[in-house]
Write a protein that binds this ligand. Structure first.
Ligand code: PGA
Length: 256
């Protein structure tokens, strides 16, 4: 068994508030047992309105809580936005940013994502920074160019503003090829290894000395995870649809 993996359970808008409360009443203990038995880290990411209840229900259990996004602004007249400060006050440990659904459906730019990263680091919330290419970009051989464009503004903001190494303990990157999300397709091992090697080289130049963790996300299920987990230097998985059901999560975790 591979040890010390992170499983980020990205529920997206897959559960309403009452679905979330019900899921926890059924599965809280199961999740704790799975975490204890395996020693893996679990990060549950429900939608905003459920965060506070989920934090309270999972207090002192070691299960981490993540938001699915945050504002690129700190405070002010930004209707519908949720600040990093609020997320910290509610008790979030993590926040997913730059998810392809935010980029492609809601038009978020890489500069927005960089501003979010900065605010999250400043508020001691660990950003989970999603990057990845579309199918067309892959076909056109633009994968590395696209990932660079997604990461460069973050590295600049982190460097220019000198947030400080004490705030940035680890950089968590989720490689999520857009063509793999919700499609049932996952990259083959050679492709994934190439991406991981490229990311390592990128960070060794742009953030030397900084600890990085690379997660993979996109169509993880009990079958695909066996293949994908053979890639080198993958520290965990961002799981979307398959994370809505506890039995499926358990199968994924135990099949590695
Ligand atoms: P999926 O989603 O597992 O349903 O493909 C992953 C994600 O979007 O984070």
């Amino acid at each position: 068994m591979v040890e010390n993996l992170s499983f980020v359970l990205n529920w997206k808008m897959g559960k309403s508030y009452s679905d979330t409360i019900f899921w926890l009443s059924e599965n809280r203990l199961n999740l704790l047992n799975l975490a204890r038995k395996t020693g893996h880290e679990f990060v549950l990411c429900p939608s905003f309105e459920s965060l506070e209840s989920v934090v309270k229900t999972l207090e002192e259990t070691g299960i981490k809580i993540g938001a699915q996004d945050c504002s690129s602004y700190n405070l002010g007249a930004y209707t519908g936005e949720v600040s990093a400060v609020s997320l910290k006050e509610v008790g979030c440990d993590y926040c997913i940013i730059g998810h392809s659904e935010r980029r492609h459906i809601f038009g978020q730019t890489s500069l927005d994502v960089a501003k979010k990263a900065k605010l999250l680091f400043e508020n001691n919330i660990m950003p989970i920074i999603c990057v990845g290419e579309t199918e067309d970009e892959k076909k056109d051989g633009l994968t590395f160019e696209v990932i660079s464009q997604q990461l460069d503004p973050i590295m600049e903001i982190i460097a220019i503003d000198k947030i400080g190494k004490d705030k940035i303990k680890t950089l968590v990157i989720a490689y999520e090829p857009v063509w793999a999300i919700g499609t049932g397709n996952v990259p083959d091992l050679a492709y994934l290894n190439k991406i991981v090697t490229w990311l390592e080289a990128y960070f060794s130049v742009s953030a030397p000395g900084l600890k990085t963790k690379i997660l993979y996300g996109g169509s993880i299920d009990p079958e695909t995870v066996k293949r994908v987990s053979q890639a080198r230097a993958i520290s965990g998985f961002l799981v979307g649809r398959a994370s809505l059901d506890f039995q499926t999560i358990e199968k994924i975790v135990l099949s590695i």
